[in-house]
Write a protein that binds this ligand. Structure first.
Ligand code: DX5
Ligand code: ZN
Length: 222
């Protein structure tokens, strides 16, 4: 898969599900190469979103897009295969959700997918240090997971810089992703703090013209 960072990954959580395919296509027309899928189980986070069936439908409506699956569920290891079958290219699991994180990461990679680890705002980055050499991506949550449309937590800028330094120091190759509250006002600053992949839900899909809004947001990244 060929993509240039920094890039905006639209989160379909904020799309209109009655016309999901055309909303996704509108983002792709604007240049979106990644599609971010938020899976919520009502246990790990206080909200329920959708499962592998919707990921499969999203993939079908944009077969050329890179499917980025963010699991906000308990026992993520149990569901890896279902999301592989649905067409995921990357599966990210929360540090806080899995007692056997290392095993889960290896399992995702065994299927030939990229594997990511996610940290909630209250989780110290040092907790994931042992797996930094194993993952393809680290996702820093810039809101508490569960809902779209929340405000970016300011402390996340420091955390992005800290993770960037950890990557340099350890000579690691993982991508840095950030998720929650990214908008036209802060996207440039977020990228400058070290984010390679900026997830954006409501700021893309609440626009009248999704294609134009995607281009505008991506344009903020230079
Ligand atoms: C939050 C999700 C995010 C969310 C982002 O739990 O992981 O991906 O959809 O939405 P916005 O961009 O609206 O904050
Ligand atoms: Zn997400």
């Amino acid at each position: 898969m060929n993509f240039q960072v920094p890039l905006i990954a639209p989160s379909i959580l904020a799309a209109d599900f009655s016309k999901l395919g055309s909303d996704i296509q509108d983002a792709v027309k604007g240049g979106a190469s990644w599609i971010h899928c938020d899976i919520m189980d009502g246990h790990f986070v206080p909200n329920i979103s959708y499962g592998p069936g919707v990921v499969k439908a999203a993939k079908q409506s944009a077969p050329e897009a890179f499917m980025d699956v963010h699991l906000m569920i308990e026992n993520p290891g149990m569901y890896v295969e279902a999301f592989v079958q649905a067409g995921a290219d990357l599966i990210s699991v929360h540090y806080e959700a899995d007692h056997h994180l290392h095993r889960c990461i290896q399992n995702i990679k065994k299927y030939g997918l990229m594997a990511g680890v996610v940290v909630n705002p209250a989780t110290s980055l040092h907790n994931i240090e042992p797996v930094l050499g194993d993952v393809d991506l680290v996702l820093i949550m810039s809101v508490n997971p569960g809902f779209g449309g929340q405000s970016f937590i300011q402390k996340s800028y420091d955390r992005l810089r800290e993770l960037s330094q950890m990557r340099d120091k350890g000579n690691h190759g993982f991508l840095i992703q950030v998720d929650g509250g990214v908008n036209l006002k802060n996207a440039q600053k977020v990228a400058e703090a070290g984010a390679d992949i900026l997830v954006a839900g409501s700021s893309v899909f609440s626009a009248q013209d999704i294609t134009a809004r995607f281009k505008e947001l991506q344009g903020k990244l230079g």
